[in-house]
Design a protein around this ligand. Sequence first.
Ligand code: CUV
Ligand code: SF4
Length: 639
Amino acid sequence: MDQKYSDKATQKMIKYAAEENLTTVWDRFEAMQPQCGFGKLGLCCRHCSMGPCRIDPFGDGPQTGVCGADADTITARHLTRMIAGGAAAHSDHGRGVVHTLQLAAEDMGSAYQIKDEKKLKAVAEIYGIKTENRKAKDIASDLVSEVKKEFGQQDGTIRFVTTAPEVRKQLWEKLGITPRSIDREVVETLHRTTMGVDAEYRHIIKQGMRTALADGWGGSMVATELQDVLFGVPNPLKSSANFGVMDEDKVNILVHGHEPALSDIIAEISLSEEMQKKAVDAGSKGVNVAGICCTANEILMRHGIPIAGSFLQQELAVMTGVADIMIVDIQCVMPGLKAVSDCFHTKLVTTSSKAKIPGVHHVEFHEKDAEKTAREIIEMGIENYSNRKAEDVFLPSEKEPLIAGFTAESVYDFLGGTYRATYRPLNNAIIEGRLRGAAGVIGCSNPNVDYEKGHIQMVKELLKNDVLVVVTGCNAISCAKHGLLQPESAFKYAGKGLQEICRAVGIPPVLHMGSCVDNSRILRVLSNIVAEGGLGNDICDLPAAGAAPEWMSEKAVAIGFYFVASGVYTMIGKPLPIMGSENLYNYLTDEIEQETGGKWAFEEDPIEAAHKMIRHIDKKRKNLKLKPLVYEQPFPVED
Ligand code: CUV
Ligand code: SF4
């Protein structure tokens, strides 16, 4: 793969790794070629031991598995299981947050507090819990028990669904895809896709959408909203990103994964005088915490802790030779970290009861001992500082300043004018044609494409065409490293209309909205825009689109599906693993629009992908009979 599109520091590290004969994810990807063609097309099934079965894509060999399942059934079942995997990951994270909130509510000397009572009340009200004249702890206790019950409830529907636009809710009812409960949808998906159950591909995908909705409007939203209650609703703040945020003179603690529960406490305690002094006594200049992946995004948003790198940079961060300890929690943690940390002094530590790596030191984290564990880990890092070898240090100095921490709430405050917090100015900007529309560009990076080419080229192309971009996950980190999360980038990359908005409000043209579970914030923003009025009655009426140009994880499939099911045009780079079924392909990229108002699109060229998104946005503007753009620019109708 071509690395010339990635940030400079990463290019240096990849070159260094090659010179030092260190294996990276890209090397392993190369060694894996050619990858299984059946798997890529989605044409293999191992759901029972009459198989494994595979369908011949050329039509000469078998066209069904041993049980008689055809290509449509097999691809749909597999894809829907991916949704269940992704939904389970986000939602189990959400469940963890509920348990943490319980500790805070019970306050048995726990390190956690309810930091945002306003948010607590807002969420409690959605759950029908009385908030007037009640103590925060009592409200939180009730909320905890309601949310806990909801994960496995047998009747009713997920509460956060009530926050969707009215028309959308009715549509979900009509389609029979209103999610009932998180665990139930995941279980039913596993049931229906096991051997000999659901064989009708559209019927299977419907359950997939219901499961995805249980993620976006359920598990992920629970994670986001309750983390806001516990750790505070983020507010825009300054920080920086890339390897250069690590400090050669300090003890570097890297936190990696997806959950902020432990890292948030580490971030706080590391700043204490006591810990800084211990680090100085150990011969360094202090303690420095930096993040990778979504754990990074979480503590960046709330504490301004800088970002060391995104998913594909995790091994490279160890290779800098200055990472004294890397703690990993859950999701997107490569087992390959073990081999690379063995070549360096870096102490690798797993912390979740759900995730171990063979041969890696495990310090199991339990919320009730958060402070103790955080101290133990920081001290481990300090202790390991003396093992650092000068000859192993290769630390690129690159880092980019950034602004992060936008939320559905801060969009109110920022774009909201002086007198009243409202979405009006944002809606008006779209209605009047200063903004063409909005796009969410999110998701992973993948060694199967040129690193960061998709993310950066797509975002720049959208900006150029006056599309406001919101980002999360690893895309947010890529945008940060490429300097797009700075207000100045508006003047470099944005069209005139978008520039005017950014200048007036003082925001970057690309808004960092957080981690992957925070894609639920985007659902909220879209619902708020609809509620503000003037842009239709439903999410699918909005001049908006979503994309994950370099997607990798099952979680990305779940996210994509909850956006499609919520009415969003959703663009990815490499296709979903369904290309072996023409029927399923046609359904997902075309016919499904008749049902949900959203659909999938696959386009590997990021510029062309951006153009397709813009054409979709223009189509929606036309349907809404909006004014022409204030700064009309020539735009290719068909590339
Ligand atoms: Ni989920 S966006 S690699 S860390 S899921 Fe992980 Fe956040 Fe993709 Fe990045
Ligand atoms: Fe083969 Fe059917 Fe079993 Fe899948 S479920 S492995 S297609 S026999």
